[in-house]
Design a protein around this ligand. Structure first.
Ligand SMILES: NC(=O)c1ccc[n+]([C@@H]2O[C@H](COP(=O)([O-])OP(=O)(O)OC[C@H]3O[C@@H](n4cnc5c(N)ncnc54)[C@H](OP(=O)(O)O)[C@@H]3O)[C@@H](O)[C@H]2O)c1
Length: 333
């Protein structure tokens, strides 16, 4: 099969298109013929080696964290899926590789694809959808009437998170630049701050939840807009010890994460608010709940560009530009 491979770690190194063997299907796996693959910033962070400490992949390996496609084979112990099912997934860490014609995935990471969207749209959902779900539903337990600040509302995570937060009944504030104001408003954002012209920390106050996706300075400012007892959940910046435990890290990595997050934890404590780092995980059951929301028309995919498979490197470069409006997808079949 054709696959885009990381031959060696490096920011400037391009993925190589090669012919490799189809993946083997373990007893709990399903083999998915990839129709479309979503592109995420984690792809470029893994490729550059930035994530080596927490996600050590041995090169050469196939890159890609989001998939939509058709089941072509099932392992002997698979119970939830059959050949011909249309599915989507964010395969678990250490089992990635969606920039290819086939991928074998543990069935617990997979869900049936929403019926009312295309394969390209479906491939745009799993990683960002699960990130928003795990931040807003699982960690923050966001409730009707609460106020949430979602940074970068026009990005992959932001476009999904705004829609999910509105569905949960929250008031949503977000940041974006002038060109994307209409987009985030159309998704339901109540308060829109043009981050190039205004400082959110002078406008927002008494928020229950912040979903931080920007730099440490932004995270520190975000703590100030929370009400006492509120929570800032960061998907970028300093990982904490809970995250180290989640990935089964060594005592050494745990110690590094404790040190890395000590400054922000201290600032949060002084303000009487909470800080938590989130590194999303694969989770087919949560993805099934997301399928229901999409089938019901409550959440709609937001796609910026679809690239042909041969242009996977160009798709990755576009995501790296940081200007994507919603998601970038590769059409494989
Ligand atoms: N920990 C996890 O599990 C996890 C999961 C998913 C993503 N992430 C991380 O979360 C971050 C966001 O991911 P993403 O996929 O949503 O990124 P993305 O789609 O590439 O974000 C691009 C968007 O960000 C907006 N933006 C850029 N700088 C901004 C700023 N200073 N303030 C507000 N908006 C800004 C851009 O809007 P303009 O063009 O208008 O500037 C653009 O629409 C990345 O660092 C990613 O690695 C982490």
């Amino acid at each position: 099969m054709k696959a885009f491979i990381v031959k060696r770690y490096g920011k400037k190194d391009k993925l190589q298109l090669e012919i490799i063997a189809e993946p083997t299907v373990k007893e709990n796996d399903i083999l998915v013929q990839v129709c479309a693959a979503g592109v995420n910033l984690i792809d470029s962070k893994v490729k550059s080696g930035e994530f080596k400490l927490v996600l050590p992949y041995k090169a050469p390996f196939v890159l890609g964290h989001d998939v939509a496609g058709v089941v072509t084979k099932v392992g002997s112990r698979v119970t939830k899926f059959k050949v011909g099912d249309e599915v989507y997934a964010r395969p678990a860490d250490h089992s990635i590789g969606t920039f290819a014609e086939y991928i074998s995935i543990n069935e617990k990471d997979v869900a049936i694809k929403p019926k009312n969207i295309s394969m390209e749209e479906a491939a745009s959902i799993p990683l960002v959808g699960l990130t928003a779900w795990q931040a807003l539903v699982e960690k923050a337990k966001l409730k009707k009437g609460q106020k949430v600040f979602i940074q970068a509302g026009s990005g992959g995570v932001g476009t999904f998170a705004i829609q999910l937060a509105k569905h949960l009944g929250a008031t949503v504030a977000t940041t974006t630049s002038t060109n994307n104001i209409a987009l985030v408003k159309s998704l339901g954002a109540d308060v829109v701050i043009d981050y190039k012209k205004e400082d959110f920390e002078t406008i927002l106050k008494d928020y229950d939840v912040v979903l931080n996706s920007q730099d440490t300075k932004t995270l520190e400012k975000s703590l100030q807009i929370l009400k006492p007892g509120g929570i800032a959940i960061s998907i970028s910046g300093s990982p904490d010890v809970d995250f180290a435990k989640q990935i089964g890290a060594s005592w050494f990595v745990k110690l590094i994460m404790k040190i890395l997050s000590s400054g922000i934890r201290k600032k949060a404590k002084q303000l009487g608010v909470n800080y938590s780092f989130l590194f999303m995980r694969a989770e087919g059951n949560q993805l099934s709940e997301i399928t229901s929301l999409i089938n019901a028309g409550i959440i709609k995919p937001v796609i910026d560009k679809v690239f042909p498979f041969e242009q996977t490197n160009e798709a990755l470069a576009y995501v790296e530009s940081g200007r994507a409006k919603g998601k970038v997808v590769i059409k494989v079949k």
